[in-house]
Write a protein that binds this ligand. Structure first.
Ligand SMILES: CC(C)(COP(=O)(O)OP(=O)(O)OC[C@H]1O[C@@H](n2cnc3c(N)ncnc32)[C@H](O)[C@@H]1OP(=O)(O)O)[C@@H](O)C(=O)NCCC(=O)NCCS
Length: 131
């Protein structure tokens, strides 16, 4: 509910037949307002691989209120190939670079149950190009 209210400008859902089948929750990094941090991306299992997540990111970055965004960041675990490919796809679409570096080590999550989280950064890009 807080995502829907405080972060609605930087979040999006997809509905199919009245059911939510996709979500991107995100926010502007308070220290770097030109960076959109993607908090969570999820697509219903029945609809994965069909471009839903890519279209949600594109829809967000198409919003007038986010025109000044120059970077997109997110954290992804090493085994999550789908998410890594999603952000590589985004970088290609934006004709921008993509880098990754260590961010949160697994010890911060309280044990072996969680993988490390790498910080992925797409950009810089200029959404006012071809506006
Ligand atoms: C990650 C996730 C959101 C991707 O959604 P999606 O709608 O299937 O993604 P898209 O169809 O837009 O695909 C984007 C790219 O990822 C690739 N991709 C999608 N699923 C993949 C998979 N399982 N393995 C490898 N690559 C995959 C696509 O081929 C595409 O790359 P391409 O342009 O090079 O072909 C979805 O798999 C998901 O909900 N996973 C579970 C939740 C999760 O892990 N979220 C991230 C952490 S919060």
């Amino acid at each position: 509910m807080l995502v829907c209210t405080h972060f609605n400008e930087s979040s999006v859902v997809v509905e199919n037949d009245g059911r939510i089948v996709g979500l991107v929750s995100g926010y502007r990094d308070p220290q770097n307002p030109g960076t959109l941090f993607v908090w969570q991306v999820a697509v219903d299992a029945s609809m994965r691989g069909g471009g839903v997540a890519s279209r949600m990111l594109k829809a967000l970055l198409g919003r007038e209120s986010l025109r000044d965004i120059r970077y997109v960041e997110t954290t992804i675990s090493p085994s999550n190939r789908a998410s890594q490919n999603l952000f590589r796809h985004l970088a290609r679409e934006l004709r921008a670079g993509i880098t990754d570096r260590p961010c949160f080590g697994r010890e911060l999550f309280g044990g072996e149950a969680h993988e490390d989280e790498q910080l992925y950064r797409v950009g810089p890009f200029d959404l006012t190009d071809n506006a």
